[in-house]
Design a protein around this ligand. Sequence first.
Ligand code: CUA
Length: 390
Amino acid sequence: MNAFFSTIVPTIATAPPPAPRELTGGFWLPQASSVNAENIDATFYFITYLGYFFFALIVALMVIFVVKYRQRGREIHAEGPTHHTALEVTWTIIPLLLSILLFYFGFKGFLSASTPPLNSYQIDVTAQQWSWSFKYPNGVVSDDLIVPADKPVKLVMRSEDVLHSLFVPDFRVKKDVVPGRYTTLWFNAPEPTGMDARKAHHLFCTEYCGKDHSNMNRKVYVLNQAEFDEWAEYQRTADQRSPVDERYFRVAPKLYKRCISCHTLDGTPSTGPSWGAHDGLPAIWERTEKGLTKFGDGTTLKDYIGPGKEYETPEAYISDSILNPGKHLVAPFGNAMPTFKGQISDVGIQALIDFMKRLDEFDAKGNYLKPIPPLPQQTADPKKTANAAK
Ligand code: CUA
């Protein structure tokens, strides 16, 4: 129960907002899993129960009057009081006070939602058709949102293309992501979920942003501080730690999650060219190597690859297509792909190219078909080893 509400308005203390840390939803609202939810839920229930109350009151009076003043016989009494000052003042003042009260709670909640605490942990969010990228202070980028528990988290959000909107119902936060502008929201989720997809919170894009809008559904994982630090550090070093010849199955499938909404692996038509064989063309690596890809302007890739031409190697063409996707548009596709400049490292691009070369080792969703062996241990810090030897 919200202490603030029950002291100011004792009468609404009967409305049952869910215990904020309880991990089950109520009839009207999903589980409340952030400290932000408390005030929002209390306001929501206040308005809801106010609605119930007046609905019952008005319908009850209506029924009573209908019965009591129904026409009996033929006689009609048209005269009655034309106005009643006391009654009219009452039914003006009470709703006015209620409206002021609602405004007060609404405005207070709005201010709190718009001002992230100063010590917030910042995550930079980029929305694009049709994926999210969450970038952490140490440079790690993820496509699901991972946050530390019991700590204010501030999302600074921007869009690469059209309007999107980030919504986490369990946290009661939602904000548009607008091209050409930064928007922020914040929350504090006290309960860790671990890396358990069943406990994780849903994250939606809630602004219709085109054909694959629904592919922007993601998860929010809440980790306790120690786990979170470990996760962030592990991610930061994972790409470098994996042996070069294993990056195509360790690094690339994670990156491919951001490509899958437009580029399928099995030839199924989508927003961009499938990486699998389709329309008489072989799979992506073979058709790139042989220069078979046809462009909208009538040229083929053969015209661009080779010594002295735009691309020395097929790899250079693929890398350029990721960083400058609008340069050569594959027929019959439009210029729909955003640039991944600054969002994918050279290690990442190389991993994706190796992934394209060995698509037969993955299923249609980009999952490696063989079991992935554990990563080799991090090589010991030579300084530490030297100290230990002394
Ligand atoms: Cu992004 Cu809908």
